[in-house]
Design a protein around this ligand. Structure first.
Ligand SMILES: C[C@H](O)[C@H](O)[C@H]1CNC2=NC(N)=NC(=O)C2=N1
Length: 96
């Protein structure tokens, strides 16, 4: 899947309002949960989707805060897969 142009990434971020762009090639968002194990369930579901799509995030679990990063290693930047999986995380979290 082809790497998106900077302009395409910028326009996609208008819909992914809670995500920030890191070093021009990674999407990053923090998710906060009321309970530690709810965050762990979220991570498990993101991991299942990652396996299904063969596209894997960088995830950091810091008690009730989960940080997710998406980038496409092969392309050295952001692709439609990253956008789609970022949207999946938003929907799973309940944010539209
Ligand atoms: C062989 C396998 O399909 C690739 O290594 C996949 C696995 N998961 C991946 N995950 C992510 N985030 N980026 C990739 O380029 C990628 N490539």
């Amino acid at each position: 899947m082809a790497k998106l142009s900077d302009a395409d990434v910028q326009s996609s971020l208008e819909k992914l309002t809670e995500w920030e762009l890191e070093q021009g090639r990674t999407l990053k968002r923090q998710f906060k949960f009321d309970e530690y194990l709810v965050g762990i369930d979220f991570v498990r579901q993101v991991a299942n989707q990652a396996e299904a799509k063969d596209h894997h995030p960088h995830i950091v679990i810091d008690y009730k805060t989960v940080t997710v990063k998406w980038t496409s290693w092969d392309e050295g930047g952001i692709t439609e897969k990253d956008l789609s999986l970022a949207k999946y995380c938003d929907e799973l979290y309940g944010y539209k």
